[in-house]
Structures are given as structure tokens and as C-alpha cells.
Design a protein around this ligand. Structure first.
Ligand code: OVV
Length: 397
């Protein structure tokens, strides 16, 4: 008996990324645990095994890095995140501080501003009619509302997008364009760190709430800076990409968009379904601390395991008719944000951002059509669109 199932599939190749769902189906057919020979990593791609790996944090460590690089063997490109790239007990304290800053009470206070900004930006896009949806709508909206909430000044916010590419590009193998990109934008990480300092953050924002936790002695001043860095690392591109993909899914499924338009209160569930169907975070890595077993397959210590959230979300053993985009689906066990102690700490924030956006969109826009080829972001850490040509028809006044 062979000791493992292997595949030549390369999740970082343009072909794989152009249609990951076909590749996921192939992987799910091959077996529960597959060894990807091109990168010398293991992967899991079913709902149950992703769940198992992501919840067993004592075996599958985050301290080895969230991407393909093994921090136990290779030096990270920046100081590791003090929430994503650590294990308990260190993780528990920082997670608590971030959770509080993103609590339901805080979100309730932010909602009105999201609604106002969403309504204005959708109205402007609707008035133009023909737009490039990413640069004119699905990117500017998160790039305004999220940094506003953190308390960031207006100037040079495009640097957040550059930094996002640096952060998520580092999740994949080192490629020439990435090294060039890092060189071209080498001043950006410093700019980010300067924005994370206490005196750079507006009163009343969630950035200052992190510093308040430092004042209470729950974290150090340096840790506060690092947790604000987490906001600026993980809070922008993720929502840009997931809102963009959700809008494309709606435009490509007019029957589903009609339901949303008739009942804009479906906005939150529509985004929930898009997070399952086609979303920004397709995969996340763990590193084994000990020899272990997943679905009968032995995995050695100090190995990288790639968890395909995007494939788990299409697993027919958990989701009925998994390839259908159905905005009224009752999703039980969303895995698109990850699960367990490292499940996305900002997920309620992301949902709120998207809910306000798609609600405003449904209230104002009669129909939405994709009018030309869409383009995918090619860096491997996130799935997202860089081009989404759209024709918007506003509702009659
Ligand atoms: C989930 C995530 C992605 C990227 C960066 C970070 C977290 C961070 O904590 O910096």
C-alpha cells in the first residue's frame, strides 16, 4: 500500500487559481489528505478534516506561520503577527483584546456610518451607470469605512492596499514579481508602523481602544501597536475581495439578485452565502508540532498543512447542492472565516460592512450586469477581483 496519496496540482499556479473549484473537486476525489509534491506540503480539503485540523491547535500550530513558509525553519519577512502567528497561551490574551475592540456594542455604534457611506457610494456608482466595479465601488467602500473606524487619517490610504499585497503575497511561495514588489514599495511597511502608533490614531476609533487595553495593563504598548498592525494587515484586502466576489456572484445570478432587490433585508444572508460560495480566504496553513494522524494518514512533525476553506465550503457531505449560489440558504457551520481559536476575529465587522453595502445596493439598483471580462488578483494569499466591469441600472426615482 502506498504510504500517501500525492498530487501534482499546484494551488499557486494561474490555472489552479483561475478555477479552484474544479481542482478542489479533484482533490476531494483523491482522498482526505493529499501530499502536494510541487511544494512538499500536505493538504486537507473536506469540511470534516479542515474542521479537525483547524480546531486541534495543540497539534496544528499557528506559530509556524499562516502561509506556506515554515517559521520554524525560515525567517519570516516581518515580525510575526501576535494574534495569527502564535499559539495559546500567548494567543489568548491578544485575542481577548481584539475581540473586545470588535464587540457587538462597538459594531452597533459603527453601523450608521457604514450605512451612510454605502448609500452614498452606491448612489454615485449608480449615477455613472457603466463602471469598473472594483476601482469605482468594491475597493473604495471598504478602504473608506474600515480605516475610518480604526481612526486612521485620510492621507495615502492606497498604501494599505500595497501592504495587503505584501502580507498576503507572503502566504505563497517566493516568486520574482513579489520580490520586485517588495523592493518597489520598501517604504510602505514603515508607513504602516507609523500609522499604528498611539498618536496617529483618532480618538473614539477602535485603534485607540487597543491602546486603552494597554493603559489597563492587559497588553504592552508594543503589543498594542502590533494589534493595530493586525487591523491594517487583515482588515482591508479581505473585505475588498469578498465584497467584490459577492457582487460578481449576484450579477451572474440574476434570479438571486432579483430576490435581494425585492427584499434588501436578505443582504446579510447573501453575503454569508457568498462567503461559502466564492470568497477571499481560500486557504490557510498550519504547521504540525508532533507526528499525528488525519483520516488515517500519518503526518510527521514540523510539516506544513494547507487547509482549503474554499473546498470545505463546497463539500457535499456538509452542504446540500454545494455548487449552487442560493442567497436564502440557511448556512450551518460557516467555515469561510476559518474556525476554532483562530477563526477570523473581525468576521462580525466584515459581515456588517457587507450587509450595509449590499442592502444599499439592493435598495438603489434595479439590475446589475457584468459587461466584460473580469480579472483575478494573481497573488496567492487571497482570491479577489482586480477588474469587474459592470452596468448598473438604478431604480426609477
Ligand atoms: C488573518 C490575518 C491575515 C494577515 C495578517 C494578520 C492576520 C495579522 O495578524 O497581521
Amino acid at each position: 500500500m502506498p504510504d500517501r496519496v500525492t498530487s501534482q496540482l499546484d494551488p499557486f499556479s494561474p490555472e489552479f487559481r483561475a478555477d479552484p473549484y474544479a481542482a478542489y473537486e479533484e482533490l476531494r476525489g483523491l482522498g482526505k489528505v493529499v501530499y502536494l509534491e510541487k511544494h512538499d506540503i500536505w493538504c486537507v480539503h473536506h469540511y470534516d478534516t479542515c474542521q479537525q485540523v483547524l480546531t486541534d491547535y495543540e497539534t496544528f500550530s499557528n506559530a509556524g506561520g499562516g502561509g506556506i513558509k515554515n517559521y520554524f525553519k525560515e525567517k519570516p519577512w516581518r515580525k510575526p503577527s501576535i494574534i495569527l502567528e502564535v499559539d495559546p497561551p500567548e494567543h489568548t490574551r491578544t485575542r481577548t483584546v481584539l475581540s473586545r475592540a470588535l464587540s457587538p456594542r462597538v459594531l452597533r455604534q459603527i453601523r450608521d456610518r457604514f450605512e451612510v457611506d454605502a448609500a452614498r457610494m452606491v448612489a454615485e456608482a449608480g449615477a455613472k451607470g457603466e463602471i469598473e466595479g472594483v476601482s469605482e465601488l468594491t475597493r473604495p467602500y471598504p478602504l473608506k469605512v474600515f480605516p475610518d473606524s480604526v481612526g486612521l487619517a485620510d492621507a495615502d490610504r492606497d498604501n494599505l492596499l500595497i501592504y495587503g499585497t505584501m502580507v498576503f503575497g507572503a502566504f505563497g511561495p517566493t516568486v520574482p514579481w513579489y520580490e520586485e514588489y517588495m523592493e518597489t514599495h520598501k517604504d510602505v511597511p514603515e508607513w504602516i508602523i507609523a500609522r499604528c502608533q498611539r498618536d496617529a490614531l483618532a480618538e473614539g476609533g477602535i485603534g485607540q481602544m487597543i491602546y486603552a487595553a494597554a493603559d489597563e495593563g492587559k497588553i504592552t504598548e508594543e503589543e498594542a501597536m502590533m494589534l493595530v498592525r493586525t487591523f491594517l494587515s487583515a482588515g482591508v484586502d479581505t473585505t475588498v475581495d469578498s465584497i467584490g466576489l459577492c457582487l460578481r456572484a449576484l450579477a451572474e445570478h440574476p434570479d438571486q439578485y432579483a430576490k435581494l432587490r425585492e427584499d434588501p433585508s436578505l443582504a446579510r444572508n447573501a453575503f454569508e452565502e457568498a462567503t461559502r460560495y466564492d470568497s477571499s480566504s481560500q486557504s490557510i496553513f498550519r504547521t504540525t508540532l508532533t507526528e499525528c494522524e488525519v483520516a488515517g494518514q500519518k503526518i510527521g512533525a514540523n510539516e506544513k498543512v494547507m487547509c482549503f476553506l474554499g473546498s470545505a465550503s463546497r463539500d457535499g457531505a456538509h452542504f446540500e447542492d454545494p455548487d449552487a449560489f442560493d442567497i436564502t440558504r440557511k448556512i450551518k457551520g460557516q467555515i469561510g472565516y476559518g474556525v476554532g481559536i483562530h477563526g477570523c476575529v473581525g468576521q462580525m465587522f466584515a459581515r456588517l460592512e457587507a450587509e450595509c453595502f449590499f442592502q444599499a445596493f439592493a435598495q438603489q439598483i434595479e439590475s446589475v450586469e457584468v459587461t466584460g471580462p473580469t480579472e483575478l488578483r494573481m497573488h496567492p494569499g487571497l482570491r479577489g477581483l482586480t477588474k469587474l466591469p459592470l452596468k448598473l441600472t438604478p431604480k426609477a426615482a
